[in-house]
Design a protein around this ligand. Structure first.
Ligand SMILES: [Zn+2]
Length: 268
């Protein structure tokens, strides 16, 4: 209920002018994963996106996003907190957009003592108490029903960090069970790691096996952008995320995409 309280309080703080509404509505219509929301949810998302835009600093380095592109970004950023409220994003104040992913070179030593240089490409970063850093070249690919969404990935890391260290365990609404959350996510994480050990192809991005925090972030990406897949492969994870976010994205997945052969029919 806290989320709803915040929502009504936030709503009172913002009145959307007509011309603003048409800009935000055009932005919303450009994002496939936002199309199945009810009219009330779309209005709620637009107001939340606008609040995010007003209350967080958007710093652009080497890029110049149009008003509509900024709205598209903020709407996707607001999706996870649609029924939670803006207070769940209290852990950061700034979003920094850079043109391309940052590449870092570092030396690693293998088990035989051989040192080699590896490149690590980072499309987004989310540090405790720090800003979100997002690469525009990657952000431009966000919004479709394809299992990937950089904005959602990095923002749910921020939700995770509200509970302290990023460990895949964000604060939970009162009616949820923390032991059950741990049990469900640990079992799914272990299963994914075992699949990789056996060199099997995984149903979700294998990057999720890097750390429980990454498993949570990748699961959330899949929850919002490839929900039938997540619900089929990890039904209990889907259920826990559905309880956390108060959303059921599988019910929004467009039937036309299934007819077109997108989404695996076995995953229904
Ligand atoms: Zn991550």
């Amino acid at each position: 209920m806290l989320g709803w309280f915040n929502w009504f309080r936030d709503r009172g703080a913002v009145k959307m002018r007509e011309e603003e509404e048409s800009l935000w509505r055009l932005a919303l219509q450009a994002v496939p994963i936002l199309q199945g929301l009810s009219d009330a949810e779309q209005m709620q998302l637009m107001l939340l996106g606008q609040l995010l835009h007003k209350r967080k600093t958007l710093t652009q380095i080497g890029v110049d996003l149009s008003e509509r592109q900024q709205a598209v970004l903020m709407l996707q950023a607001a999706l996870p907190i649609l029924h939670l409220g803006l207070d769940w994003y209290r852990g950061f104040h700034e979003i920094i957009i850079i043109p391309e992913p940052v590449t870092r070179r570092q030396e690693v030593q293998d088990e035989f003592g051989l040192v080699s240089e590896v490149e690590d490409e980072n499309a987004g970063e989310s540090w405790p108490q720090g800003p979100l850093v997002l690469a525009w070249s990657e952000l431009q690919q966000d919004g479709d029903w394809d299992g990937f969404n950089l904005v959602i990935h990095e923002l749910v890391h921020k939700l995770d960090m509200l509970g302290g260290e990023a460990d895949g365990a964000p604060p939970l609404p009162g009616q949820m069970s923390r032991p059950l959350w741990h049990q469900v996510f640990q079992a799914a994480f272990d299963e994914l790691c075992q699949q990789l050990d056996r060199d099997e192809v995984t149903a979700i991005d294998p990057y999720a096996a890097e750390h429980p925090a990454e498993f949570f972030a990748v699961s959330c990406e899949c929850f919002f952008t490839d929900p039938l897949r997540l619900r089929s492969v990890y039904p209990e994870v889907y259920r826990q995320l559905s309880l956390l976010f108060g959303q059921d994205p599988a019910s929004r997945f467009p039937p036309t995409r299934l007819l077109a052969g997108e989404g695996d029919s076995r995953l229904l």
